[in-house]
Design a binder for this molecule. Structure first.
Ligand SMILES: [Cu+2]
Length: 343
């Protein structure tokens, strides 16, 4: 992790921690769960619990745009990546662009006032555009179901306007790790790691979430989550572990509408092991040592709570800084739109 990112991450943690301490004394009886800001920005998962017997359905669509490459925090051109001849650190092919869309359908159920269970399924669609050393371009595509995530939110503190819960979960390997498509080099070629739909492994999803209300019209929260891979997949590799740290503030403009700002720090490791059908000299996306990175996003969001209980929300995230083991495609923007309804 580069210094600027380390500093930014420490700062965001401190902002969240100091805000938490400063509002600790403020005991607001109105928990504000029905206000627009009673739910976190839509990009945050597992932020709220439900009361006993309550059930919630949700749908989210997340679109991530990646274009252009980086090594560390510096941009590199595709001509630098492919070069004019085979040289160390250069590749036959360079990816130029990858839009990815994930549709997520979720359910939450309050087993008790303290414990909420959750389940989420997803459908993933990705395209990747490439340029070859000779200047020719081509596109590969993959789509299908992603990994299913099961979890529980376990309340550990509920004091007036302050709530703290543990997130425990597991990701099941329902997404494919054997997606194929045609390339100029080979018909029906195995696609590289970022174009696969699942991890292929059972993953542990631990986390901790703090949310609070500050006065009548403001909410805030902070969440730390991790993805820990428990085994090796059938193809012989394990995706890198992931760590996420996020903190947000939301303000109700009316009972229905809130606006939010959020910092989100993500850190992910390289792949261990490898799929020996992929040639790491061909393209960076097939190289297990060029997958790790750290990114800090700033997000702006809107939550709208209809009086009949339906909720709509939108969040737009843009990286402030990213540092990638590269060459690796950089992220330019993430959009999330979602619907929620509790019964
Ligand atoms: Cu819910």
């Amino acid at each position: 992790m580069k210094n600027s990112l380390r500093i930014a991450s420490v700062c965001s943690a401190f902002i969240a921690a100091s805000a938490s301490v400063s509002v600790w004394a403020d005991n607001n009886v109105n928990h504000g769960a029905n206000l627009a800001s009673g739910h976190a920005p839509i990009g945050v998962m597992g932020d709220h619990r439900h009361s006993q017997g309550e059930i919630m359905f949700s749908y989210r669509a997340m679109r991530m745009d990646m274009e252009g490459n980086r090594v560390g925090d510096e941009r590199v051109s595709t001509s630098d990546i492919v070069g004019s001849m085979m040289a160390p650190g250069q590749f036959m092919v360079a990816p130029t662009r990858m839009p990815m869309t994930m549709h997520m359908v979720g359910m939450m159920y309050g087993v008790s006032d303290r414990v909420t269970l959750s389940a989420m399924g997803s459908f993933v669609e990705s395209d990747m555009d490439h340029v070859m050393r000779n200047g020719n371009t081509f596109r590969t595509e993959s789509s299908g179901v992603g990994d299913v995530k099961l979890g529980a939110l376990i309340g550990i503190l509920d004091r007036g306007a302050h709530k703290l819960h543990l997130n425990v979960g597991v990701s099941l390997p329902t997404g494919s790790t054997t997606e194929r498509d045609d390339t100029p080099a080979q018909l029906d070629a195995l696609l590289p790691y970022p174009m696969q739909l699942g991890s292929g492994t059972y993953d542990l999803l631990p986390g901790i979430t703090y949310v609070a209300r500050i006065g009548q019209r403001t909410s805030m929260g902070a969440q730390v989550t991790a993805t820990i891979r428990l085994d090796e997949n059938d193809e012989g590799y394990t995706l890198g572990d992931r760590l996420g740290l996020t903190s947000w503030v939301a303000r109700d403009l009316s009972d229905q509408l809130s606006v939010s700002a959020r910092l989100n720090l993500l850190d992910w490791d390289n792949i261990s092991g490898s799929n020996d059908q992929l040639n790491p000299m061909m393209v960076q996306t097939a190289n297990t040592d060029l997958q790790a990175g750290t990114r800090l996003d700033l997000s702006l969001g809107l939550n709208y709570a209809f009086s009949n209980g339906h909720r709509l929300a939108f969040e737009y995230a843009r990286p402030i800084d990213q540092d990638l083991d590269g060459p690796q495609l950089e992220t330019d923007a993430t959009y999330t739109i979602g619907w929620q309804k509790a019964f």
